[in-house]
Design a protein around this ligand. Sequence first.
Ligand code: A2P
Length: 336
Amino acid sequence: RKYKVAVVGATGAVGETMLSILAERGFPVGELVALASERSAGGMVAFGDDEVMVRDLAGFDPAGVDIALFSAGGAISKEYAPKFAAAGAVVIDNSSAFRLDPDVPLVVAEVNPEMVKQRPRGIIANPNCSTMQMVVALAPIHRRAGIERINVATYQSVSGAGRLALEELGRQTASLLSFQGAEPERFPVQIAFNLIPHIDEFMDNGYTREEMKLVWETRRILGDERIQVNPTAVRVPVFYGHAEALHIETREKLTAGEARALLEAAPGVEVVDERAPGGYPTPVTHASGRDAVFVGRIREDLSHPRGLDLWVVADNIRKGAALNAVQIAELVAGEG
Ligand code: A2P
């Protein structure tokens, strides 16, 4: 059977990758509908070897859509996802709009695929990119040894902030290299040659919302409210690929060798850990354009008897967003 698939936000950084991954993986698409704002309606987007005309979401009738992949921001999802679901579509939503809704499963294909079936609202949520790659790496460790606490510092590329953010890093870099100024637009301060410890809005507790997503979403996906998560999320001047320094404390002692063996057997994980120059994953050398979550620098924490340190890198647009959404679509299609 073939499916009528809609991609909402098809002109965005994640949307265009959803289209290419659907084509790459041979998802059984009967008809593909590319939707965006009226600004880009009438333009074309690539879908495999074809091109598809972009249509205006506001004027589109969702009747007949089987599966809708949303990545046009939380406000658009809040307004349109329930309409698509009411019209009979299964909505897979990449925004944060429904991630904490108890009637919307929050699914990582390698970690809790069985949850896709529990979708009373007809909506399935795709986790935040930073949480996604972290739980792919931590799920096998949690299952074996129980994770008590996670200290995490993220190093997040600009593509996570969308197409305009990618352009801003390019523009500022070129401008500064030709001795011109770099006016911030999308980011609060200059991002080129800089680091910004601020992603999404500030919360009352002093953390940012991006950091709290790591707390809330990790507990939901791993199904364990006891896990303590202490995050710092930082935007770095990298185009594609997020990295994370993870410092975890397990309930039972796990050696670095045991952790490595678990990770080598884990679905969706690739271990790159040679303890030699270049023998570790980086966004540019390993993650960008690839599907796996790469793990390196696996070692026992000098300062804690049940501590482990890991360096986790993945393509935030692929595994962090578009790929996992398509994997969820495959799980839905697999239901028959
Ligand atoms: P458009 O290109 O027409 O603005 P990114 O995260 O890379 O910035 O992409 C955001 C995506 O969400 C784009 O495809 C964008 O379409 C889409 N989008 C933004 N606002 C709307 C809207 N009001 N209606 C439909 N799509 C929207």
